[in-house]
Design a protein around this ligand. Structure first.
Ligand SMILES: *[C@@H]1O[C@H](CO)[C@@H](O)[C@H](O)[C@H]1NC(C)=O
Ligand SMILES: *[C@@H]1O[C@H](CO)[C@@H](O)[C@H](O)[C@H]1NC(C)=O
Ligand SMILES: *[C@@H]1O[C@H](CO)[C@@H](O)[C@H](O)[C@H]1NC(C)=O
Length: 536
């Protein structure tokens, strides 16, 4: 009798976990709510929220306290608002930010340090640099920025600097570091043109570096191709069909789809924008009516002189989702809700199930629904890919303070990991392992990678990909790009299971700005663990 019951129970569990992907809680509390996340080349993740939430749930190290007469919540604060997470040890270390980093931007500089830009209040003109080591902390550069940057987007440009675009009531851009003392802010009328009088809808614009060195900038419901050196719009893309807004607070997300390099050229460059909220949804949410989010994605060939949006429908609607490129070229859409918008208390109906989008499948068979998490990740949540192929998920705090009780979506201090199906033990036979690779690669040069697969190798399926570690906040991953490298034939190295493949490094800093990348070897859609390489 018990056996039969057990049988049905096991059967039931198996049936219920039929969807792909697996969730696990890494830490119940990291002491802060992960609003911004960046992976560093030593496999640590820098996480921070804001200094004026009041006390966080983690103390500063060594009994330190921060005295800040400008802070809106606590003038003297002995808690941390930034932590460093060590992926391999699954542990955190509190860090001290001196000024407010709320709703800011950032990028990994070519030397591997995180250069964070802007924030709020006393922090809105500040640049902060974090170069990881066992005991170090943030270094702040006051007036590193000429204008206030709150809800701005950063992107690394081919010369290794970062461009910082927009922010609240900023219709312009600037660079960091500056080339000279008299470098000025440059105006960007596109941010005026896409500004929605009622509710903005063009904050945290989606910015991608195109392979010709120009920038694709999407704000509200349309995009331009922009030559930032000449301050010139080179192409105006059509409005996304339906015309609904996709940027904060009608927050959707976007990725630059994997770029295939062949003979030193990327033939097709495409952007995918998914989710968001219908026009007017933010005003309605503020009045207590939570309109259903958008369930559409628009895909466009930005390299095409006369491109059109191709619309696709997601399995469910989503606002405040994060879109992440996985090492095998799939796109993960994770976090968010299915009604309302971003902003304090404005979102409803958490979407607990991620979906995976397979860009090379036929239209209509690209989405695959994943297993759900049990934790809502609403406004101010974040997600980031780590070297072993998992995705770290943290944050969610739609309140002006930390509120753990008597609220619909309590402040989340937990850190979770989503493991896509490629990490299932059932795939371990197919999983390649990189044995040897150069750690420094030069533009256009050939490198040889040695790898191992414990089973019959399907040569045709082998891909070598390179992923840039991105800065994630507010449903957008700045500097996110994935390159599929040009490779030649695979040769067997010994009688066992090891092989060699030659690949050609990206052709230029337009295709891959100098800096750190994760290199993966993919076999039958199953990626190896990544190895860090530096492109120069
Ligand atoms: C955070 O700290 C507050 C105040 O000490 C406490 O009430 C709350 O339960 C803590 N929350 C978590 C998730 O640890
Ligand atoms: C959140 O917490 C703060 C401070 O503890 C409190 O003043 C506020 O009323 C709480 N908000 C809600 C929505 O419970
Ligand atoms: C790879 O192998 C195929 C089939 O054996 C051959 O036709 C092709 O020339 C080879 N390419 C290179 C770059 O060696």
């Amino acid at each position: 009798m018990t056996l039969i019951l057990l049988y049905f129970l096991v059967h039931h569990i198996l049936l219920c976990s039929a969807a792909p992907g697996k969730w696990s809680i890494l830490l119940k509390s990291i002491g802060i709510s992960a609003m911004h996340m960046q992976l560093l080349p030593n496999d640590r993740v820098i996480i921070f929220d804001r200094t004026d939430f009041g006390a966080s749930n983690i103390s500063l190290p060594l009994g330190k306290c921060r005295a800040d007469p400008n802070d809106m919540a606590l003038k003297r604060d002995c808690t941390a608002h930034s932590v460093e997470y060590d992926v391999s040890l699954n542990s955190i270390r509190p860090l001290m930010v001196l000024t407010d980093v709320w709703c800011s931007s950032g990028a990994l500089a070519p030397d591997g340090s995180l250069v964070q830009t802007g924030g709020y209040n006393d922090g809105d003109h500040v640049v902060r640099v974090y170069k990881s080591c066992n005991k170090c902390d943030w270094k702040e550069i006051n007036f590193g920025l000429l204008e206030r940057r709150w809800y701005a987007t950063s992107h690394i440009v081919p010369d290794g600097r970062q461009i910082i675009i927009g922010g609240r009531r900023q219709y312009n851009y600037e660079f960091y570091p500056k080339r000279s003392k008299n470098e000025e802010v440059i105006s960007l009328p596109f941010l005026v043109q896409t500004y929605d009088q009622e509710i903005e809808n063009n904050l945290y614009p989606f910015v991608f570096l195109h392979t010709d060195g120009s920038l694709f900038i999407f704000a509200n419901n349309r995009a331009i191709l922009f030559d930032y050196l000449k301050n010139k719009v080179v192409r105006t893309y059509p409005e996304i069909p339906g015309g609904d807004p996709r940027n904060y607070p009608s927050t959707g997300s976007a990725v630059l789809l994997p770029m295939r390099i062949a003979q030193g050229v990327v033939e097709v460059v495409e952007v995918l924008v998914c989710g968001g909220a219908p026009k007017g949804a933010h005003i309605k949410a503020k009045k207590g009516t939570f309109v259903g989010a958008l369930d559409t994605c628009g895909r466009i060939k930005i390299s095409d002189p006369n491109p059109k949006w191709v619309m696709e429908r997601m399995p469910m609607s989503r606002v405040m989702g994060d879109m992440l490129l996985l090492p095998n070229g799939d796109v993960l859409v994770i976090n968010g809700g299915s009604s309302g918008t971003a902003g304090w208390e404005n979102g409803r109906n958490p979407v607990l199930k991620p979906v995976i989008y397979k860009p090379d499948n036929l239209i209509g068979s690209r989405f695959e629904v994943q297993n759900p998490s049990s934790i809502p990740r609403m406004y101010h949540s974040a997600a980031v890919l780590v070297r072993d192929g998992r995705v770290l998920v943290g944050g969610s705090n739609p309140h002006e303070q930390y509120n753990f009780t008597n609220v619909l979506y309590p402040t989340e201090l937990s850190l979770e990991a989503f493991s896509p199906a490629y990490l299932d033990p059932s795939s371990s036979g197919l999983r390649p392992k990189i044995l040897l690779s150069t750690t420094h690669i030069q533009y256009g040069k050939r490198i040889v990678i040695q790898f191992m697969v414990g089973t019959q190798l399907d040569m045709k399926s082998v891909l070598v990909t390179m992923v840039a570690p991105s800065f994630n906040t507010h449903s957008f991953s700045m500097n996110q790009r994935l390159l599929v490298l040009d490779r030649d034939n695979i040769t067997k190295v010994d009688a066992k299971w090891s092989y060699e493949v030659g690949v050609v490094a990206p052709p230029s800093s337009n295709v891959a700005p100098a800096g750190y990348y994760l290199l993966f070897l993919v076999h039958k859609n199953i990626p190896s663990e990544g190895v860090w390489i530096h492109v120069e």
